[in-house]
Design a protein around this ligand. Structure first.
Ligand code: ADP
Ligand code: MG
Length: 257
């Protein structure tokens, strides 16, 4: 099967009046449909830059990005991007926040309206659809932001530290919860995080990036012998600690740099 996403030798630098910042030095990987990949790396190593490239917000200096076999620019593959801040508008109700993308893309129909309502229902937000964002807890706001992304039916979901603004307890439940949602929707997803536990509990595979300019230090498949492979069960599995230590060591090993 052709990969849904393929990156080959991606390089990227920012150019500002103060000079050049090399963000990515050589990134190649591919993703199959339905795969969930976690990307971890030190702060400032180029993780968000990588997602901006995949979403087409910026173009690589070198290398190629293909979606379903086509160059990014020619592709009709729909990429959804969920950011760290939920960016919900206080002057809109939750429902109107959720359908914002549909409105902008002139996709508001009876069908998409019904889909938005059913997603709000699935994710426990029905009774808050007419509420303002400030009336919701951090976790619920994050769910609303996810619904806003899912309603556009993305083929690939990009998640940039989506839980890091939440307190630890909420982050655990919302992270596991949203991870389950994405899995049940069989979405192809890339989760960028600096939280190792989050990466391990959610990913099929973990890509470890080096310090800036980032290259891939190692890719570790997450294999758990669990009857029911859920984020919470992973956290309590014996393999968890082994993976944690392995990735921790790799992240903190600067000997080769
Ligand atoms: P991460 O998400 O891993 O923390 P980023 O991808 O945001 O890292 O940034 C990588 C590097 O590029 C950082 O050193 C950052 O300061 C720099 N950078 C990010 N965005 C810009 C920009 N718009 N202009 C100049 N430099 C930038
Ligand atoms: Mg970032």
């Amino acid at each position: 099967m052709e990969p849904i996403l393929e990156l080959k030798q991606i390089q990227y630098s920012y150019h500002t009046k103060d000079g050049e910042t090399k963000a990515l030095s050589d990134i190649s990987f591919s993703l199959k449909e339905g795969e969930f990949v976690s990307i971890v790396g030190p702060s400032g190593c180029g993780k968000s830059t990588l997602l901006s490239l995949i979403s087409g917000l910026i173009a690589p200096e070198n290398g190629s990005i293909r979606l379903n076999g086509k160059p990014l620019k020619e592709s009709t593959t729909n990429v959804g991007y969920m950011l760290q801040k939920d960016h919900l508008f206080e002057w809109r109700t939750i429902y109107h926040n959720v359908i914002l993308g549909l409105e902008i893309q002139h996709m508001m129909t009876a069908k998409t309206h019904a889909h938005a309502l059913s997603l709000l229902d699935t994710y426990g937000l029905s009774q808050f659809k007419d509420a303002r964002p400030s009336e919701l807890s951090g976790g619920m706001r994050q769910r609303a932001a996810l619904v806003r992304t899912l309603v556009l039916e993305p083929d690939i979901l990009l998640l940039d530290e989506p839980f890091s603004a939440l307190d630890y307890q909420t982050r655990l439940t919302v992270g596991d919860d949203i991870g389950q949602i994405i899995r049940s929707e069989k979405k192809t997803a890339i989760l960028v995080t600096h939280d190792l536990s989050e990466a391990i509990s959610l990913g099929d595979r973990i890509i470890i990036l080096s310090n800036r300019p980032a290259y891939i230090k190692q890719t570790v498949p997450m294999i758990f012998s669990l009857e029911k492979d859920t984020p919470l069960n992973r956290r309590n599995a014996p393999e968890f600690k082994t993976y944690f230590n392995l990735i921790w060591k790799e992240l903190n090993d600067h000997a080769a740099e």
